[in-house]
Design a protein around this ligand. Sequence first.
Ligand SMILES: [Zn+2]
Length: 306
Amino acid sequence: MRNDPFGQGNYQQGGTRRRGGGFNLRWIILLGFAGYAAFYWFSNRVVDPYSGEKVLIDNSISVEEEKAMGLQAYQEILQQERPVDPNTPFARDVREIARRLVSKIPQVEAAIAQERGTQPTGNWKTFEWEVNVIQSDQANAFCLPGGKMAVYTGLQPVAQNADAMAVVMGHEIAHALLRHGAQRMSQQKLTQIGQMAGAMSGMDPQQQQMVMAAMGYGYLLPYARSHETQADEVGLMLAAAACFDPQEAVPLWERMSQASGGEAPPEFSSTHPNPGTRIQNLTALMPKAMEYRQRFCQAGSAGAGQ
Ligand SMILES: [Zn+2]
């Protein structure tokens, strides 16, 4: 290990020995930053009402601020990628699916919080929901913090039906409800603290990376995967509560993994659990989804004839 980030640790094997003074200073800087990172971590932990786990959300990123950022991003996206005519049948269907999903958020959030013994956040109360369809070959969709959503026309042939579309849109809505955007920003800040520590202590990028891994920054990708698993669960419950058929989720993700065999859009590829695991998780959740469907899908709230 020529580039041992810990300088004169126990296992240096020749050639890279550094002077004692620099070594001490480096450690002081690193410890200072580690202290700051730890402080940042512990002072910004909140209980996530959906998972019941403690998650990192920077106190300075309020729901309102997040919403403003989401709105700004949405306007930029809609300027670059023109939405289709909102009166096309597909755009109407997508809006109706969104409306049904959104109408079940209060009940689903309350039910999940009760299962986990947490308090519902009610973050969605400030959301201003909107959904546009964007012309694109990508099988993709998103929901930004604050409730601004988009579905790409390329998702239509993969989803094939309203139930599967509801599963995807429920997944996207869940990301916004669970404040995954704010969590990612908070993680990035933590990563920046680490990078700053590395740079200030005079490490080269390779050494920095090794230290980051040693300090526990290697959790970023698994963390993103856990966001996906949570969004799958909450999204599935929303779809079921809104009277869609949750069983469509399994064939949907099978089609999705086939469709994304080539060039997959980021939301459904890199950070996502491997398709087998995802389908296994969803299959395990099916009894609960059917229970939610029975409990919350009352007569009259189904899609037909509205
Ligand atoms: Zn996702």
